[in-house]
Design a protein. Structure first.
Length: 115
């Protein structure tokens, strides 16, 4: 499975970012995908997950602020995470991966929320 996440950057508190992840390879048997994040010095944590049907679930800190979506074709999936009302606590490296059992991690994309 190949994972390519992008769209991160520096944003002020209260700002907005949209992350995108292209997933390809042996993905036919993966039914759910997730966005994860890892702040410096902390464990990686799940942010939101979505089933190929479109049914989504969010961690408490993401509810009402983040929206996960997925689009699919035969060769690849495109996973997105729209984030609004960003807070400094949202700073970290964001990754996409299969959920609940991640595959090999990609590089992720850095999100920094700071004034």
């Amino acid at each position: 499975v190949q994972l390519q996440a992008f769209g991160g950057g520096l944003v002020q508190p209260g700002g907005f970012l949209r992350l995108t992840c292209i997933v390809s390879g042996n993905i036919a048997e993966i039914y759910s995908w997730g966005w994860y994040r890892q702040a410096r010095g902390q464990e990686r944590e799940l942010v939101a997950r979505i089933h190929r049907s479109g049914n989504a679930n969010y961690e408490d800190f993401a509810k009402g602020r983040f929206t996960i979506t997925i689009s699919r074709d035969n060769a690849k999936n495109t996973l997105s995470l729209q984030m609004r009302s960003l807070e400094p606590e949202d700073t970290g490296v964001y990754y996409c991966n299969a959920c609940p059992i991640p595959r090999t991690w990609g590089k992720g994309t850095q999100v920094t929320v700071s004034s």
